[in-house]
Design a protein around this ligand. Sequence first.
Ligand code: NAD
Length: 496
Amino acid sequence: MDVVNVLGREPAMYIGGSWVATDEARPVINPANESIIAAVPEASEEHADRALEIARRAQSEWSRRSGPERGAVLKAIAQGIRAQQEELARLVVAEQGKTITEARGEVGDAAAGFFDYYATFERAQVGSMFAPDETNEQLFVRSVPYGVVIGIIPWNYPAALFARKVAPAIMAGNTIVLKPHEDTPLAALALARIVEEAGAPPGVVNVVTGAGRVVGDALVRHPITQMVSVTGSVRGGREILAAAAENITPVSLELGGKAPFIVLEDADLGAAVENAVDARFWNCGQVCTCNERTYVQSGVYDEFVERFVEAASSLRLGDPTREDVQMGPKVNEPELTKVEALVREAVEQGANVRLGGARPEGKEFEKGYWFEPTVLTDTTNEMDIVQREVFGPVLPIQPFEDFDEVVGLANDSPYGLTAYVFTSDLHKAMRAIDDIDFGEIYVNKIGPEQIQGFHTGYRLSGMGGDDGPYGYERYLRKKTVYLHYDGFGTPAELHP
Ligand code: NAD
């Protein structure tokens, strides 16, 4: 992977239209083979200060541009991303480990798609008017940008999540300082180059790289920061929310998930198995919408497990740059160790390993953070493997007897992001939609979520949300105007 070629330079941060290096740098490791592919600047609090000052200066000119002028920049960014889809996808594979097929989708569909979609907001409604109490008055409530916003993103979709934060934020007239995850900063730096080439004015989009608890924390606490949009873990989200409390800064949090995948006896079992496999193993199980726990009605339970194990055992693991490979490695060593520990504890508590359960063997897997597709049965809802987010290729499959029982099992979770239901009974589908207390319900299908929807989680899964018009609203606040124009600025003879 020729990182310098894709970035156009040695890795550097993008602050105020300049490329900034630091003495201190952090290695970026390819999770498939543990090779070091780049060293990326480690920002300090001073970098956070500088990026925020510049973003503040750039914001008033940017927000005064017309919607179509801002939209044109977003469209140019989308075009630039599509023009470099293959190089960007290869960069994502090298730093994150997903398969090249998935990475192409992340870049070409998701990352470019967010810029294209939010460009369509260039002529969006920007407020509402209300009948005032007096004559010669107008009362209107305008939607206005916050000013400078912060985007903080995790490692599982380093290109798509950059776009998910940056596109709506700048379309709404904000400027943004984005901080990628420590392990996957390269996609954001490559995208910053495309932003520059697309003609975004300096300071509108800034990327700083470094530690969450250092530069991320400094960005969140800073008085210039007017809004913070985070995708990440519950731990990170809690810390950021606490830090933002200092200045009462609004925060949008997209955190973890523990999606239940419910299969009723009347479901199309073939479709349920196929979708359950995809929704568990895509991106090596590292998606907040992943099928984290499957519940199958007892009449079809044995058949479902058998078919699921068969399908999962035929997944091709290996070098994620290969076209035929279906699953790559976990992103880093701590993530791998966490998954191993969760499986070990589940087995100690009585879970039965029906498939996998360990690191794969063979020369190809000697280096890198690999874990086999794993299926567990004989689990209970109390076990950590069913309560904690695994974020890896491990699925507990549990039987249930009736509909009310499974709704109870699904809702018995501190998370509330995505839930899946497979059934051919419309009444039960509607009851599931009504009774499952999650922000996003899929019936007889799986994701990915669509750009015009609203990706939102309840409880520990977060507050706020991304995508669509509701996601766009998160980047705007309201300004109420009472305009009294009686005898104001007109010749005296026109006064009533
Ligand atoms: P993480 O919380 O460790 O890191 C996310 C980002 O937050 C990183 O950029 C990190 O540097 C930063 N950060 C961490 N602590 C911080 C602090 N105190 N102050 C400022 N910044 C801080 O999460 P992760 O391990 O990278 O991501 C995996 C998690 O993300 C999973 O739980 C997954 O479910 C979640 N996720 C959620 C969604 C969603 O839309 N709900 C999407 C993708 C991933």
